[in-house]
Design a protein around this ligand. Structure first.
Ligand code: SRM
Ligand code: SF4
Length: 580
């Protein structure tokens, strides 16, 4: 197996030992023609047509395009095994390795160097289509982080996914192989690739679903990522791409904020379930926008070829300049939906795309809360949703999930975009014993009206972009608010550490808190902006800014949030409350 540029700083040494092939020229090829000549067989230009090569080679192209031209991210899939081996041999330290490999390319293998907060340690992002995990997978995840002691924890993410923490590069090969053994992968979970595919967290057991999203998402995952081993031709998109399938009026996976949303609808003429397509939803520091209709629907048979074609169109026609202007919506803006549809049809070999299906619903639909005990569509069986505060998990939690899922349910769990866990197929008779399990003292099935809607991104505990700590503070603040206030309705509070808004604060939360600068007693301190009015479900709406410069200390944050909860959400001060 050939590997390149594993260690730019130690290339002479590694070459001397014959471990790696010569380091690539670091300058990008001067022209598309040069690139086409095969100047760089492992270049990220390999699968790009001429026009896209020119865009990628443009002098103004962003740093990431340059890194990709030099060596395709898909090389990370093989490099990671070489790097693990080098590090295990003991003569090389991670500090000696090529920074572009460590800080950028490894992300294609799902390894995110947490260099700013925990140098030498990596976050490993998995792919969990539809958020479904079985007991064997859960036990493997426990075993992967347990050796790291206090450094090893995990998070359920806002894309119903798992991220492992504390991982070293030396161990990465063994973890990747272990993931493959249990049918999971970390490949293509980062950089310019498709993110975790999300669907209905109660798919298959939901009395209101139009279609079970799990087999569709599993098939899509296998197709897009070559059964977890990585698909090179989709490794060099202009930017990340979020895809989801929604199968109920609740829109659990948030089609409005995904680059590509498939909305299941029943065709009135023949009763077939097809998918209206919406595109372009995304958040970034510069722009937050909800998706727009693409003006077509696809049948179940068309879903995979359509998705494949969409990726090729984005790859070949998407912008590759200013990185803040490379998400799918920027391409839609540039070419228009009509041309986009036309290209899709061409890339599908001339397939005809039907118009969208008009759906008429009688009356409004309140988005369901999946926490708690709920009867499934299968008589006598239930799903049980439990709240994982801010999504943080320890190794032992995975083992407990596995044991409980096997003892009372069907041996699987679902994790949700709200960072919680669901056990499915629990018979009525087993509910009392299950609910008495100690796990549910910590991960409550009936949490308070704020905790149940709490979502938080990673924040500056691990994330280098973080302007504020999020998870621990979010849980503490919400506990204090629940102690002090009488609430009449659930309020979804989303914390996010910076304007990238991974915690969807600025958009999705009833109340959103976003890490931002603040001042306290004239000194710069961590703080938050506050956003209000995000709506999800059938009539989504992005939030708007309400306040800024709120110091991130409980003595400021709690009174401010109390004021908002009382004025805007009908909360009342508890008579017995101990006021902070
Ligand atoms: Fe995110 C970058 C964490 C969901 C928008 N996101 C990052 C990085 C990788 C930055 C970094 O290298 O440190 C963060 C890793 C921190 C860490 O150590 O965990 C990070 N994003 C997360 C997660 C873990 C937040 C969470 O706690 O759940 C989510 C992982 C999802 C997954 O499983 O794949 C996560 N990120 C999101 C979402 C929400 C969503 O998808 O619904 C968004 C907004 C929606 C969107 O993308 O349109 C989001 N993350 C970003 C952005 C801004 C993207 C842009 O176009 O500018 C960045 C920055 C970037 O990509 O350059 C970013
Ligand atoms: Fe990091 Fe910012 Fe995303 Fe939070 S919102 S995980 S701080 S990039």
């Amino acid at each position: 197996m050939q590997s390149q540029s594993l260690s730019r700083r130690t290339c002479t040494r590694t070459l001397g030992r014959g471990l790696v092939t010569p380091v690539l020229a670091t300058a990008a090829p001067a022209s598309a023609a040069q690139a086409a000549d095969g100047i760089n067989a492992h270049s990220g230009l390999k699968h790009l047509p001429e026009a896209a090569r020119v865009r990628a080679l443009d002098r103004k192209a962003n740093k990431f395009e340059k890194v990709k031209v030099e060596k395709c991210g898909s090389r990370a899939w093989t490099d990671v095994f070489e790097l693990s081996r080098l590090l295990k041999e003991g003569n090389t330290k991670w500090e000696d390795l090529d920074l572009d490999d460590i800080d950028i390319r490894m992300k294609w293998a799902g390894l995110f160097h947490r260099g700013k907060r925990t140098p030498g340690k990596f976050m490993m992002r998995l792919k969990v289509p539809n958020g479904e995990l079985d007991a064997r997978q859960l036990r493997f995840l426990a075993s992967a982080i347990a050796p790291y002691g206090a450094d090893g924890c995990a998070d359920i993410t806002t894309r119903a996914n798992i991220q492992l923490r504390g991982v070293t590069l030396a161990d990465a090969d063994a973890i990747i192989r272990g993931l493959w053994d249990v049918g999971l992968t970390s490949f293509q979970s980062g950089m310019d690739s498709v993110r975790n595919l999300t669907g209905n967290p109660i798919a298959g057991v939901d009395p209101h679903e139009l279609i079970d999203t799990r087999p569709l998402l599993r098939e899509m995952e296998a197709m897009l990522f070559n059964n977890g081993k990585g698909r090179e031709e989709f490794a060099n998109l202009p930017r990340k791409l979020n895809i989801c399938i929604s199968s109920t009026r609740d829109d659990f996976p948030h089609t409005h904020i995904n680059d590509v949303g498939f909305e299941a609808v029943r065709r009135p003429d023949d009763g077939e379930v097809v998918f209206n397509v919406v595109v372009g939803g995304f958040f970034s520091i510069k722009r937050n926008v909800m998706s727009i209709p693409l003006g077509c629907s696809v049948t179940q048979d068309q879903l995979m070829p359509f998705t494949e074609a969409l990726l090729r169109v984005f790859r070949d026609h998407g912008p590759r300049g200013d990185r803040q202007q490379t998400r799918l919506m920027w391409m839609v803006d540039a070419i228009g939906v009509e041309k986009f549809r036309q290209l899709l049809s061409e890339y599908m070999g001339g397939a005809e795309l039907a118009p969208p299906v008009h759906v008429h619903h009688e009356g409004p639909w309140e988005r369901r809360d999946v926490l708690g005990v709920h009867p499934q569509k299968q008589p006598g069986l239930n799903w049980v949703g439990a709240c994982v505060p801010a999504g943080r998990l320890q190794a032992a939690d995975f083992d407990e999930f596995a044991r409980i899922a096997e003892t009372y349910g069907d041996g699987t769990v679902r994790i949700t975009c709200e960072e919680n866990v669901i056990f499915t197929n629990v018979p009525d008779a087993k509910l009392p014993d299950m609910l008495a399990e100690p796990l549910f003292q910590r991960f409550k099935v009936n949490p308070g009206l704020l905790l149940r809607g709490l979502v938080s991104c990673t924040g500056n505990q691990f994330c280098g972009f973080g302007l504020a700590e999020t998870k621990a503070r979010a849980v503490k603040v919400v506990e204090m608010l629940e102690e002090q206030l009488e609430l009449t309705r659930p309020v979804r509070i989303h914390f996010t550490g910076c304007p990238n808004s991974c915690g969807q604060a600025q958009q999705v939360g009833d109340i959103g808190l976003m890490g931002a600068p603040a001042k306290l007693d004239g000194k710069a301190v961590e703080g938050y902006k506050i956003f209000l009015g995000g709506k999800i479900g059938e009539n989504p709406q992005l939030a708007t800014e309400f306040a800024q410069g709120i110091p991130a200390v409980e003595s400021h944050l709690v009174p401010k949030l109390k004021e908002i909860l009382i004025k805007e959400f009908g909360a009342k001060e508890k008579e017995t409350a101990v006021v902070v």
